[in-house]
Design a protein around this ligand. Structure first.
Ligand SMILES: Nc1ncnc2c1ncn2[C@@H]1O[C@H](COP(=O)(O)OP(=O)(O)OP(=O)(O)O)[C@@H](O)[C@H]1O
Ligand SMILES: [Mg+2]
Length: 496
């Protein structure tokens, strides 16, 4: 097939896939030895390599060319798509918005037909003329119904040239209009009655249709079953893996930045934060297993890419070329708000720009621990902390320890560890006034002395004046601690 000039070359705002990856496609075509269906530019194997990348760089024209993986996710889905297109059924990519349906369909058409722009854009206003053909009325009046006066649709072009026709957002089109595809897909022929005997257009090999449909918009269910039978459906799922999503964000933002002449590196940490935020909101579960209310808005990877890039542009044009987390959150909120105002409430936890949801939950967990009555010790014992009106009582317990061997050592171990932990808890919980600790009973005076000494040493390190007063006959240790702040349980509004 003659090599046609690709429209929209380097200078285009968004060059078509075949222009963007011209070199890769040429190299793959030159090195392609596999069997290929009629009129395909590449063999199914090479199409697969183009979309899923090659393990090793390919040598071509004295260059080592890396064929990068362009679609990340389900490799088997891509393989099935390619095979479907070689058969006599159309391919329908369905799924949530922003799951790379359009991207996949562009990549497939560019690799198979060298043309990703032969596209019908489905809207509520799409008419049958737009799908089949229309007329140039000036020519029609001048010359009558001749081929020259006919304005071919992308479907017509696909059949005439033996290339793929993309039908974007097919389900946005009224069902009866969609149905005009049925005869074309089953008989591979289009009749133009106005042209008389010449009016039958038989599709050339290589022709097929790739439709995309969004599960959020008007349903796929409205498509007639007759039309459905003429397509193989493939459901494209959102990326489920945070690392993979981060990789997509980094890569896509890098290409966007390059295209827009923004010389700013993509910050991996920020991309990861964004990827995990999107992942958590999409799945409705935080990384620590807490349930989160899922926003109704689409939390797609494409949205995440756009939120990052928006923030990057702001930093580049207004700021100091550093990602501003506050701005990132604003853009995130904007992206979510556009669908549903109620979602904002669900996003409340993101209002602190420096805190990721995961961190918020960790904070909550730490607060929970700092307010809990029980504090576990590593040695197996535990503390019970009871703040009362006049004093705080702390009880030291052996906990799960049941062994009889070396009981003395165990008791000392727990008591000494408890001394350190008590000093930490006093600070953590802002406990003050009189604190009475009931350590596990010790018989030897030496042990008691060692414990008091250890406890005093810990308390000495407390920035708030803390004094170990004495140990009573009943093994109760009295501590006093100066009050400078309200205790944590009061600040948190909880009395435990
Ligand atoms: N699995 C993926 N691999 C690579 N890129 C992805 C993936 N998922 C999403 N993306 C990114 O998101 C963009 C998805 O945009 P695309 O327009 O193709 O999605 P779509 O499924 O057609 O969405 P819509 O239903 O809104 O039309 C891609 O351009 C790419 O940047
Ligand atoms: Mg799309």
């Amino acid at each position: 097939m003659e090599q046609k000039k690709i429209p929209g070359g380097e200078a285009a705002l968004k060059p078509p896939v075949e222009a963007r990856y011209k070199k890769e496609l040429e190299a793959l075509a030159a090195l392609d030895a596999g069997p290929r269906p009629a009129n395909w530019r590449l063999s199914p194997k090479a199409v697969r390599t183009f979309i899923l990348g090659s393990r090793k760089p390919v040598s071509w024209n004295g260059e080592e060319l890396v064929i990068r993986k362009k679609y990340l996710g389900n490799d088997a889905l891509v393989e099935r798509c390619i095979i479907t297109l070689a058969g006599n059924r159309g391919l329908m990519l369905v799924g949530e918005p922003g799951t790379a349906k359009t991207m996949l369909s562009e990549l497939l058409s560019a690799a198979i037909s060298g043309n990703s722009t032969n596209t019908i854009q489905g809207t509520a206003g799409t008419t049958e003329d737009m799908i089949k053909y229309s007329w140039n009325y000036a020519l029609l009046l001048a010359k009558g119904p001749v081929r020259e006066a006919l304005v071919p649709s992308p479907l017509y072009v696909g059949m005439e040239q033996g290339i793929l026709t993309r039908f974007e957002e097919i389900t946005r089109t009224p069902a009866e209009i969609q149905d005009s595809l049925i005869s074309v897909l089953s008989d591979k022929v289009l009749n133009v009655p106005e042209l008389g005997e010449e009016g039958l257009l038989f599709a050339k090999p290589g022709f097929n249709v790739i439709g995309t449909a969004n599960t959020r918009d008007k349903g796929v269910n409205e498509m007639s079953s007759a039309l459905k039978r003429r397509f193989n459906f493939e459901t494209v799922m959102p990326v489920r893996d945070v690392a993979m999503e981060k990789e997509i964000i980094v890569h896509e933002v890098e290409s966007l930045a390059l295209e827009s002449g923004i010389s700013m590196p993509v910050e991996e940490d920020v991309a990861e934060l964004l990827a995990s935020t999107y992942h958590e909101l999409r799945e409705g579960v935080s990384s620590l297993g807490h349930r989160i209310d899922r926003p109704a808005a689409v939390m797609s990877t494409a949205e995440a890419v756009s939120v990052y890039f928006q923030t990057m542009m702001t930093a580049y044009y207004y700021g100091d070329s550093h990602m501003d987390m506050g701005c990132l959150v604003e853009n995130l909120v904007g992206a979510i708000q556009k669908e549903n105002g109620e979602d904002l409430e669900k996003l409340r936890l993101y209002s602190d720009p420096m805190v990721s949801l995961g961190k918020v939950y960790q904070l909550e967990k730490a607060m929970e621990e700092a307010l809990s009555r029980h504090v576990w010790l590593r040695s197996g014992g535990y503390l019970v902390i009871d703040p009362t009106e006049s004093m705080t009582v702390i009880d030291v317990n052996t906990g799960k320890y049941t062994g009889r061997k070396n009981l003395h050592d165990t008791i000392m171990k727990i008591n000494l560890e408890a001394a350190g932990e008590i000093s930490r808890q006093l600070r953590l919980r802002n406990l003050s006034g009189i604190i009475v600790v009931d350590f596990i009973d010790m018989e030897s005076e030496e042990d008691k002395k060692l414990l008091l000494k250890t406890l005093s040493a810990y308390c000495l390190a407390d920035p708030v004046k803390t004094t170990v007063v004495d140990i009573t006959k009943l093994n109760l240790v009295e501590i006093t601690r100066k009050k400078i702040r309200r205790p944590l349980y009061e600040q948190a509004g909880k009395r435990r």
